[in-house]
Design a protein around this ligand. Structure first.
Ligand SMILES: Cc1cc2nc3c(=O)[nH]c(=O)nc-3n(C[C@H](O)[C@H](O)[C@H](O)COP(=O)(O)OP(=O)(O)OC[C@H]3O[C@@H](n4cnc5c(N)ncnc54)[C@H](O)[C@@H]3O)c2cc1C
Length: 318
């Protein structure tokens, strides 16, 4: 089995699969790797802001169709967790296996190694747990993580935003477009909000509490939360706004520059390491399908132009 690829993509979410479609259509030998957790969309019951689907479709269906589409043009998709990526320029040439002599990056998964001439990191950002019982089980049934995606479901409803940083404050302010019954719960943590966001919460009369939540109660739709001290509060919705896991592991193994919690890239998605691009949630907000796809298009066209020379033209007719 040949293990040297023109294009390796870490991640099979909207960014990774879009890159897979463009790369494979352009004739690049393309491999898409995903881990067992899969895309954030695997936990999303319905998506209503994706072009071409006016009646909405489920997150798992977005991924299923995306994988089918990428495979149609020859992209290989494998379930293998990437543990580490190494820049060949920083390795002693004797250590690089013969089969990888043209590789720029070596990708180590839990099963094997691959050589990549170009690497795109599209590994997304996992939602950070607030340690609340049922929090992930009730996603799509009153628990949400993104006001831009799900805010309209909470029109005139009573909503609790859980989180202690600026993300929680900004989500609460954004929710005001849908309901005025919004509170922010620091969930037992110390506030990390900047003065600007604290002032905005106050100005908009958003209640700030700090009572650690033990459980969010369903099962069909969120009805209340139970606090650690045994008290309860009736609510119709709960937003998890703890922030997202960082891209730090990839950054560490490849020496990639970060900007806060996300990978730093140019307009074309180039990182500071030659032959490594990044796209999607891992390069920052807004965390949306359309934006992730756009990032991937820009990065992959850059890769195709670098590989083929000249300006990008889609030569295929089917
Ligand atoms: C509850 C919820 C609802 C949402 N609703 C909407 C919505 O309605 N509309 C909208 O536009 N957006 C929505 N979003 C946001 C949307 O899901 C993300 O913006 C989008 O999935 C980001 O795409 P991505 O390709 O960057 O990452 P992801 O889709 O998260 O994919 C990441 C990929 O990387 C892989 N991966 C990660 N680490 C590794 C590793 N070490 N090795 C191998 N593979 C790895 C994963 O398996 C996965 O395939 C929602 C998100 C959530 C959580």
């Amino acid at each position: 089995m040949a293990k040297l690829y023109d294009f390796i993509i870490v991640g099979a979410g909207p960014a990774g699969l879009t890159a897979g479609i463009y790369g494979a259509r352009a004739g690049l030998k393309t491999l898409v790797l995903k881990d067992k957790n899969g895309s954030n969309l695997m936990r999303v019951p319905s998506v209503h802001n994706l072009l071409g689907f006016p009646n909405g479709l489920s997150g798992p269906d977005v991924i299923k169709l995306g994988e089918k589409h990428a495979k149609k043009y020859g992209a290989e998709i494998r379930v293998e967790e990437v543990l580490r990526c190494v820049d060949c320029d920083l390795m002693p040439s004797k250590k690089i296996k013969k089969e990888f002599k043209d590789a720029k990056i070596i990708v180590h998964t839990q099963l094997q190694d691959y050589g990549a001439k170009n690497l795109l990191i599209a590994a997304g950002m996992q939602i950070r747990s607030a340690g609340i019982e049922n929090e992930f089980k009730l996603i799509g049934r009153g628990v949400a993580v993104c006001v831009a995606c799900d805010g309209p479901m909470f029109k005139k409803k009573k909503v609790m935003v859980v989180g202690a940083g600026d993300l929680a404050a900004s989500e609460a302010i954004e929710l005001l477009a849908h309901t005025d019954k919004v509170m922010v719960n620091l969930n037992g943590a110390r506030s990390k909000m900047s003065d600007r966001w604290k002032k905005l919460l106050k100005k908009n009369n958003i209640e700030l509490i700090s009572n650690k939540v033990a459980k969010v109660v369903g099962p069909k739709w969120v009805t209340s939360v139970e606090f650690m001290d045994g008290t309860k509060e009736k609510i119709d919705g709960l937003f998890l706004s703890m922030g997202t896991a960082s891209a730090i592991d990839f950054a560490k193994s490849l020496g990639l520059e970060m900007e806060g919690q996300v990978l730093k890239v140019t307009r074309e998605g180039r990182t500071n390491v030659e032959s490594v691009w990044a796209a999607g949630d891992i390069i920052g907000p807004p965390r949306q399908i359309g934006k992730s796809m756009g990032d991937a298009v820009r990065a992959t066209i850059d890769i195709i132009e670098k590989t083929r020379g000249g300006s990008y033209v889609d030569h295929r007719e089917d």
